[in-house]
Design a protein around this ligand. Sequence first.
Ligand code: TPP
Ligand code: DXP
Ligand code: MG
Length: 639
Amino acid sequence: MLIEPGELLAQINSPEDLKKFPKDKLVQICDELRQFIIDNVSVYGGHFSASLGVVELTVALHYVLNTPEDQLVWDVGHQAYGHKILTERRERFHTNRLYGGLSGFPKRKESEYDTFGVGHSSTSISAALGMAVASQYKGLTKKQHVAVIGDGSMTGGMAFEAMNHAGVSDTNLIIVLNDNCMAIDPNVGALKDYLTDITTSKTYNKAKDEVWKILGKLSKFGTSAQDVISKVEGGIKSALLNQSNLFESLNLRYFGPVDGHDVNHLAEVLKDLKDIPGPKILHCVTMKGKGYGPAEKGNQTTWHAPGAFDKVTGEIYKTTPSTPQAPKYQDVFGHTLVELAEQDDRIMGVTPAMPSGSSMNIMMKAMPNRAFDVGIAEQHAVTFSAGLATQGLVPFCNIYSTFMQRAYDQVVHDVCLQNLPVVLCLDRAGFAGADGPTHHGAYDIAYFRCIPNLVVSAPMNEEELRNMMYSATLHNGPYSIRYPRGKGVMPEWKTPFEEIPVGQGRIVKEGEEIAILTIGHIGNYAAEACKKLEKEGLNPAQYDMRFVKPLDGELLHEIFGKFKKVITVEDGCLMGGFGSAVIEWMMDHGYQAQVKRLGIPDDIIEHGEQHELHKECGFDPEGIAAAVRSLTEVSKTLS
Ligand SMILES: Cc1ncc(C[n+]2csc(CCOP(=O)(O)OP(=O)(O)O)c2C)c(N)n1
Ligand SMILES: CC(=O)[C@@H](O)[C@H](O)COP(=O)(O)O
Ligand SMILES: [Mg+2]
């Protein structure tokens, strides 16, 4: 269903069109852009409040910059809906995040205006600096390079690595810090407090206003912003700032804080900044969800990605099923962690800025001194956990599989080499769905199973998850548990804890001729396939291996002793994954069998609903059944 844009927005298909409007039309354009985002996301879902918070910034940037020649990089990119709508994609925007449609994040192959692919946070300054240095090297001195980074993403270490470098490069780099005091949940850490100090500091703001007034007056007489800044800057700094500015201590010229919702002022400031050489940071203060009451005043975390909603009443549509529903795996994790922590005071919780996404917020609420949101800092989260473990504690460090990629060395170097009892819980393992390839948890089986000392496990259902979490607390070494985004299969899941011996798999269903070996939740797809196949007279066996490392050797001896045809199924990459592990075991133990591996191919799988992607890759229930049929066909023709 196409959403009709407002009168002016309907005339804007590119920043060129935007620039044709006089400045006094920018406020109306912002209002229409904001409404278009509300109209679309209320119907199609997706990320919401972040894009509303940068509507004015987006319009001002594309009004002042010469995009795409001037390069604009969005950090994370979940706030870039306005950017996409203004850059030749308004008429396709209703396909945002849908299978085969626009990506939910900026993507180079989607548009020349998307100068850098994003999705993981804190990369924008590095990327924009790389572009700026390249322009400098090629003598393109007029080109501008802008990174728009949120206060949450600024807590990511990469951002500081980049600013440390930017501070010694005399490149044309503008960092726009979009400060709304929010990450997905409220932002955390000393940086947040610092930004709040600056924003509320009377002295600094008074001085800053003086500077901009002087700028305004002098620029009318042809005095360039550059001259003015250099004259008054020192005065402001020494006379009025009784604390050094963090960013200026890194040799970045700091400007702000400015009102991130005053589109005309933003345009003026950005225009001035273009003429000031060297790396600069503009501190914008905005409200996440600006312009939509429920998102401004309601639960701001909910409105980060609310799903479809009634834009008039603000009611978020929830399906109210007639039968009891299985819980989300993340909630089983959250509640189980509290249960375990209540009976074992060694247990702690750590999340890198995903309290609500991982349901670590359940423990943070119940035991605030034992569960920590460390900011968007996955590397720190893992090594902080390792530090806790050296003191006899058992930290459950919960990181989305895709974001765990950022902390790989910390898992190797700080946890596994030292054989510390850290429990790594990888949520969103397997296809993430509409977030697409930047967020698919495709690689964790492969990247974890090669690390010595690390247990690699995956539950097929909620009861198994609980027992793996419990078993991890008894293991006294590094232990990882992966599970997918979404729901399990057991409405009644609060089962008593039972230890699962490390490396012990289990039989799900007896059968003949073909054995299906599964790992994790995808085993339920195989069980569904077996039901289908029974009606066709086919009766494969199914084994839930539970552990990729260590594999259950005893069970594998039984399987390869009985079956000459084996299918492995994983919601993970085939390259180096679970199926590879089984084949390695088979060869190492002298067995011969035909093994068909089902999983994520060595390719980039775009976004869509999880089931659409499982189908695309052939490991949805029908795909598994088809694999069994084809192996059976082969044996029929051979016999
Ligand atoms: C490396 C990484 N960790 C976690 C996330 C999940 N995530 C997406 S947006 C977000 C919060 C971003 O906050 P901020 O940068 O302030 O942007 P805002 O939503 O406030 O506009 C987080 C934690 C991510 N995208 N990348
Ligand atoms: C933009 C971002 O990285 C997060 O908002 C992510 O999309 C959350 O994913 P879930 O919706 O699976 O929690
Ligand atoms: Mg923020």
